[in-house]
Design a protein around this ligand. Structure first.
Ligand SMILES: NC(=O)c1ccc[n+]([C@@H]2O[C@H](COP(=O)([O-])OP(=O)(O)OC[C@H]3O[C@@H](n4cnc5c(N)ncnc54)[C@H](O)[C@@H]3O)[C@@H](O)[C@H]2O)c1
Length: 340
């Protein structure tokens, strides 16, 4: 069974190119969203524990692979030097059920979330969008910017975090990006005049990080941090003014910004699931005045696309360690023979 460690993933990204990987992941996501009905899927089971949540994200298609990701979200972890989110995942064959690959997924989550936001933003933001605002400059933030650069001619990135050190880190990592970097004093000032706003804060509460009054016509919002029960980032009234797209209504209604709505209102207010705009059956935006909102929670399909692409590239480049995790005997019923 193949093991993809952080070192192996880095080798893949080096061989293939970081940008190429993100672009290929966007294509893989498009392919997988466009065959939405071919997947067996479910809202992810989540176990809420003091200070965080532990989630398992299983999905399978009808011809090749089953994947799952284990992921947590503990917003207070950075206070003790740990990440808010870490993840691991597995890819198995569906014909025999045999696992093929076990992978690190902390980096893969950031990569697939960036590719997924880019895919949605490409379909929803104004074509002439040039100014990006990032609220929350933690682990996901730089990946998100790199995703946006693939789909729009971004000239300026405005950013704000309640943690000044997180902003220093973001600045340092983005200094060679060729972008004009503007450090905000607060959220309101930071998002003023932005075309695209990506909110990726972490706090397990209903926080109005973005207020309705600050959101202007024509803006596109990617709201990534509202992704579990009791954890949202937008003032509720923003939803009434926006064209809302979600990944998967059943899961988003439990975890996304729309969790604060009544079911009948949510059904009325959500204009589409991602696969519908990818398949061209729904629009991501009608006109330049509209406010568009990608209410993202992260779904198993995105991890499937990332694991499958990583598996294919690991084979192409011969990268990854083989570990003896699966029994291999002449007589498949003679399991006890493995014990020496
Ligand atoms: N939708 C998805 O697919 C997806 C994928 C990955 C992560 N996420 C979510 O994105 C969020 C960010 O993840 P991360 O890994 O970057 O976490 P992180 O802890 O590394 O960064 C979060 C940052 O938000 C800042 N912050 C908290 N409250 C704020 C506020 N009111 N205003 C401004 N900044 C604030 C924190 O100081 C921190 O720097 C998390 O909530 C996570 O659950 C969503």
């Amino acid at each position: 069974m193949k093991i993809i460690s952080i070192e192996s993933l880095n080798k893949i990204l080096e061989k293939h190119g970081f940008e190429n990987y993100l672009k290929d992941l966007m294509e893989a996501l498009k392919r997988d969203y466009s065959r939405w009905d071919k997947f067996t899927k479910m809202p992810r089971p989540a176990m809420h524990v003091p200070g965080g949540v532990l989630e398992l994200m299983p999905i399978c298609d009808n011809e090749l692979y089953y994947t799952f990701k284990y992921v947590n979200c503990h917003p207070k972890n950075p206070e003790s030097g740990k990440m808010t989110i870490v993840a691991t995942g597995q890819l198995s064959r569906i014909d025999t059920g045999y696992p093929l690959m076990f992978s690190e997924m902390t980096l893969l989550t950031a990569l697939r979330t960036a590719a997924n936001s880019a895919l949605a933003t490409n379909l929803m933001a104004r074509k002439n969008a040039k100014v990006l605002a990032v609220i929350g400059t933690g682990a996901q933030s730089e990946f998100q910017v790199k995703g946006m650069q693939l789909i729009r001619d971004i000239k300026e990135v405005r950013y704000f975090d309640i943690d000044a050190k997180a902003m220093d880190k973001f600045e340092k990592n983005m200094k060679d990006s060729g972008l004009k970097l503007v450090r905000g004093k607060n959220v309101q000032e930071t998002i003023e005049n932005a075309d695209i706003i990506t909110v990726c804060t972490a706090c397990k509460a209903n926080v109005d990080v973005i207020k309705n009054d600050w959101v202007k016509n024509g803006m596109h919002l990617n709201a990534l941090g509202g992704d579990t029960v009791g954890k949202t980032e937008l003032e509720l009234s923003i939803l009434n003014r926006s064209r809302i797209v979600v990944e998967y209504f059943e899961q988003s209604f439990i975890e996304g910004e729309i969790q604060r709505l009544k079911l009948k209102d949510a059904k009325k207010m959500v204009s589409a699931e991602m696969f519908e705009i990818i398949n061209g059956n729904q629009k991501g935006r009608e006109n330049d005045k509209e406010i568009t909102l990608f209410d993202s929670v992260g779904i198993g399909l995105e991890d499937y696309s990332a694991l499958r692409l990583t598996y294919e590239l690991s084979k192409r480049y011969g990268i990854g360690e083989e570990l003896n995790l699966l029994p291999d005997m002449k007589d498949p019923k003679d399991l006890i023979s493995l014990i020496k």
